[in-house]
Design a binder for this molecule. Sequence first.
Ligand code: FA5
Length: 340
Amino acid sequence: MKDRIDLLKSSFEEKLLSAGGKDDLEAIRIEYLGKKGHVASLMAGLRDAADKKTAGMLINIFKNEVEGAITKRQEELRQAELEAKIRSAKKYNPSLRFERELGSYHPITLATREVEEAFRTMGFTIEDYSEVVTDYECFESLNIPKHHPARDMQDTYYLDNGQLLKTQTSAAQNAIMKKYGAPLRAIFPGRCFRNESTDACHENTFFQMEGMMIDEDISISNLIYFMKTMLSEVFKRDIKVRLRPGFFPFVEPGFELDISCLICGGEGCPSCKGEGWLELCPCGMIHPNVLREGGIDTDKYTGFAFGLGLTRLAMMKYGIKDIRDFNSGDLKALSQFKSI
Ligand code: FA5
């Protein structure tokens, strides 16, 4: 038996070495381990053998060797195939850079940054505030109780839970007063939402920049000084401005600050609704009720507030005739602004 097995072993080793792929290996497996293979016929011959036990053991050892050698060769072939695949794959060159097209800043971003810079140099902090606010923040804390007619001017989108999309950046006044107390100098830009019929100078979604200064002896002169400084910093040239009385329940006295339309030079055009003037930055001395509601001692402190129309400011600064262009997503037009 041993001689027969040795013969089979050497022929098996030769065949295994010359196997070039999976199919060759499978043929060898069938030839040696298959139902009618060499191992099976060795087993069949056992019946007549005198030393059954020893011979059986030798066959089993041979069978295990064949199985092990086939598995090992399979793995070698798989590995060789994989390496050939990797070698033939296109090489990645990490030194090549990805080409990325950079965009440009939106004009509202640029205008916001300019106003922020002007106020930062005058000692104002810049605050951020949420777009979804409560009725208390947007109206009641600002001396606008329920059913006050001033609410009619500022209809907005209400959520099921009673919160609303803020109609004015003034909605942050109360929280900021409570956060810092007096004295206080802060500006807070934000997006506002109103149920509005749109035209060249009205959008349903637009930006404002609120400002507040609270300290001892703050008067209208301070208010006018800061407004003038901000406008000259942003426009970098003389702008014709007019101040007229305006009503807002949260300021007393209140003003409308208009600028002469820079699109038509004051002649009248759709951008200023034909008036030659554009309402840009209402303002006034903060109403004592609003200060008290924010926890400010009204015997000691007074303050002013303003609500700059940032989107309109950007229109004037960059000569954009129609406010609706800001949300048009026109990349060609936007690419003219400062690139990132
Ligand atoms: C207010 O929103 C007040 N909260 C402003 C204020 C703050 C007054 C502090 C006093 C003290 P008004 O509704 O007028 O006010 O809006 C302020 C500015 O936002 C306007 O002058 C205008 O420049 C801009 N604005 C208002 N509505 C729109 C709109 N629909 N589209 C574009 N800009 C708008």
